[in-house]
Every structure is written in C-alpha cells, then in structure tokens.
Design a binder for this molecule. Sequence first.
Ligand code: URA
Length: 246
Amino acid sequence: MRLDRFLAEMGAGTRKEVKKLIAGGSVSVNGSPEKRPDTHIDPEGDRVELNGVELHYTKYEYYMLHKPQGIISASRADLRSRDERCVVDLIDSSRKRELFPVGRLDKDTEGLLLITNDGKLAHELLSPKKHVDKTYYAELDRELSPDGALRLEAGVDIGDERPTLPCSIRLLEPCRILITIREGRYHQIKRMLLTEGCTVTYLKRLSMGPLELDESLKKGEYRPLSEHELSLLKDPMSGSSAHIQQ
Ligand code: URA
C-alpha cells in the first residue's frame, strides 16, 4: 500500500495533508525518515511513525450508532442520489466509503445500529440461521392484550411464506412493550403488531445479540465498539450468556 494512503486511512489527514506531512519529514518507516508519498509499505509488517508515534494498522472499523429518526439505514453505495443522507454520513471516518450498517432499521426507528466495514462479521450477525436476538422498545396506539402477546410470541402469519419465529414480549404499560425477535424481516415488528390491530407509533432498538445501546450516546452520536463488546460479538461464548444461537 502507498505510504500516503496508509496515513490517510489511519486518520492522519486527507491525502493532500499527509503528502505535506511526508514531505515535511514527519514520517518514518522502520526507523528511517521517508519523504516519498508513493513509497510502498506493508501495512501489517512495516513500522510507520508519525512524529515519533507508531500508527497501528486497523483494517476494520466498528461503531455503535444511536440512530436518530429521519435518516435511512444504508451505505453510501446503496444510495441513488448523492444528496440523500444515510447513517454512514454520521460517522467521521476515512473509510466512509467502505462502511455499512449491519441490518436495517426503518427511517422512523431509533436506537442501536452497528456500522462496520467487516463483511464477515455482518454476515454472521445477519445470517437467518444464527437467530441473533434483537430487542426493541415499542409504543403502540392501543393496548396489546396478554392473549395477543401470547399469539405473537408463538409466531404469526404476516403474509410471508412462513410465520414468524417465536419471540418474547414484555408488557410494560398498556401501550408500551419490549419485544425480542430473532429474525430481521422487513417492517417485522410493525407488521406483527398490526395482526393484533396495534399500530407502532414509536420504535427503538435496545440491543442486538450481546451488544446493548450505550444510553450515554445521544441520538445521532456514535462511538467505536470497546474491545470487550467486539469480542462478545465475535465470540458470544466469551460473555456471560450466549445470545447468538446456532
Ligand atoms: N421492525 C420494524 O418494524 N421496524 C424496524 O425498524 C425494525 C424492526
């Protein structure tokens, strides 16, 4: 990889800015000053320092976003128009073009969204076979009866080929529920509740597998996942409980 690209990807600046840093003698490769931006380096083998501080190569980025309403869950590549804004636009990263949301939340749904460029992990989390639990808080326009909750929990016909998989529901107050589903069908929760005559008026995702929304994040804010969160996602058995079922 070119030295200037490496530095830009590691967040040292734009391509133009890092070229200036290199020309100015701020960068060394394996202990020797390097002034040519097109020098090829091995990002995983060579030691690159900027002003004496080593830059460690990270190929993958993982962010927890508190998705606000009104913005679509898509990557830049998914968008038809350049003017449309998507969740990835909320992330300040030199790898923005590679980033995508893991799964989709409706435009009017808020809450936890994982954003990454790690396709393998995304595949693991989204695979229908893995049954990753997703818990949502929902507000309804009318009360969901205990019997209605039981019917939804057992699995319900929402007009797809198959009924929904069993889920779990906690009735909090007459029109407020917590619902945990193991699939990710289009508008799934809204469609499930409609079978009981309830319209979802507010929906927020609280967790996905072992990952829980950090409530200190305001809507629209994000942060990188901690090492612990990442290890739980990659190896759920390393946590206290396994949320990804095979
Ligand atoms: N179910 C829905 O209906 N909408 C979402 O955004 C997520 C799950």
